[in-house]
Design a binder for this molecule. Structure first.
Ligand SMILES: *Cc1c(COP(=O)(O)O)cnc(C)c1O
Length: 417
């Protein structure tokens, strides 16, 4: 037995450091102090004051947008964004078929239809497929920036212009990511972000909507931030001001402790992104030549947030070794954080998208789903391996250990077939 014997076949594992190997968000003394201070200040904030105002101001300035409204989750942010954009019963919104379900699901609660469109071989929205799905009910198209790799925003902006659609963004994987030096989340009429636990900017639980459109901002407030916020932020003379007390009847405020955590994390976001960029570049440089593995092919215009490093698995280069077996071997080597995408998957595979009527009265089964499914979304999902991207110099050895483990499994794959 030598170094190259795979751990799955009884060899020594490539990685011996005990797990978990990746934890997010990184919690510092500054985070603890911020949350502690907030506990002493206020644990409920009904208006735009204190840490909620601080966080929204800091986000607005970071993104360079006029308005930011925080919410309790990213799902709520998407819901408020769609409602505020005036999307309603019968309207259609084009969503990439490969994303996390909450990009689309709030539309069901507005009586609207998410219209799925297939992706290209990189997992980005396929604009020819999207064009085929445009009808006279189509109101908007949503850019997702999967895994923090920005969509081609030149192409998406022209697509939206050409078809006279509103461009909206779900930036939940992509805080601080950019296209041509412009931050994602600032290309469309509005954008929604999650601040959930593992996201590049984390509040634990939270989200926000960003927009330059003041009317849309008022409607975001009315959707989920009723009473004091609406009364103080919507001018009394505005025709919508009379709805301030109830808004649209939902309450989707962020928790002040979550806002305090996100505010403290935001101070370090640029450092986190720069660290991830360096580690991702290092990992890609090694993995680029490994048989059976392709690294993302990034246009020069992109600045990713590296929510994850999505690798494409090419079984044909490894005598047809199934991805499950490759991953088992990788886990046996100790690369326990290597994974396949779970909940981020082709949306038409969820029962909610196939047979929504069982839960949501008025929705016909199979609406807008093509008989042959979404072959590219299925292929991309079935062949993606994802790795965490560390941001800290101290974790470079772990990153190297992961690329070593992948190299070891790939170069010895013949022993597994
Ligand atoms: C996480 C996520 C959401 C939902 O955010 P929550 O804060 O979990 O509600 C929506 N879209 C995408 C792409 C996400 O990754």
């Amino acid at each position: 037995m030598n170094d190259s014997t795979l751990a799955l076949l009884g060899g020594a594992p490539a990685i011996t450091a005990s797990g978990p190997h990746f934890a997010w968000p990184p919690i510092t003394e500054a985070d603890r102090r911020a949350v502690d201070r907030q506990l002493e200040t206020a644990v409920s904030i009904p208006d735009r004051s204190g840490v909620v105002a601080d966080l929204e101001d800091a986000l607005a300035s970071y993104f360079g947008v006029r308005h930011v409204v925080t919410t309790c989750t990213g799902t709520a942010a998407l819901h408020s964004m769609y409602a505020a954009a005036g999307i309603g019963p019968g309207d259609e919104v084009i969503i990439p078929a490969l994303t996390f379900h909450a990009t689309a699901t709030p539309l069901f609660h507005l009586g609207a239809h998410p219209v799925l469109a297939d992706v290209d071989e990189r997992g980005r929205l396929d604009l020819e497929e999207a064009a085929r799905r445009v009808t006279d009910r189509t109101k908007a198209v949503v850019a997702v920036h999967l895994w923090g790799l920005p969509e081609d925003m030149d192409a998406l902006t022209s697509f939206a212009d050409e078809h006279e659609l509103m461009l909206l963004e779900d930036g939940s994987h992509a805080h601080g990511a950019g296209w041509n030096r412009q931050m994602v989340g600032t290309f469309g009429t509005a954008s929604a972000f999650s601040l959930n636990g593992p996201k590049p900017l984390s509040a634990g639980e939270g989200g926000f909507v960003a927009t330059d459109d003041t009317e849309l901002y008022y409607r975001v407030l009315l959707h989920g931030q009723y009473n004091k916020r609406c009364r103080r932020e919507i001018p009394a003379a505005h025709p919508l001001a009379r709805f301030a007390v109830t808004g649209m009847g939902l309450k989707l405020r962020i928790h002040p402790l979550a806002a305090a955590l996100a505010r403290a994390q935001l101070t370090r976001l640029e450092d986190h992104l720069a660290g991830r960029q360096a580690v991702a570049a290092r990992m890609c440089a090694v993995l680029d030549g490994v048989p059976g593995i392709s690294v993302p092919d990034l246009p020069a215009a992109t600045r990713p947030s590296w929510y994850a490093l999505p690798l494409r698995y090419e079984p044909a280069e490894l005598d047809g070794l199934p991805i499950e077996r490759f991953l088992d071997a990788l886990h046996a080597e100790g690369a326990t954080e290597a994974d396949r995408p779970g909940s981020t998957c082709p949306l038409h595979t969820h029962p909610l998208f196939r047979t929504p009527g069982a839960l949501l009265p008025g929705y016909a089964d199979g609406h807008g789903l093509p008989a042959d499914g979404f072959p590219a979304a299925e292929h991309v999902h079935a062949t993606t391996l994802k790795l965490p991207v560390w941001h800290h110099e101290g974790d470079v050895r772990l990153a190297d250990a992961y690329t070593t483990a992948i190299t070891k499994v790939a170069t010895n794959a013949k022993d597994l077939t």
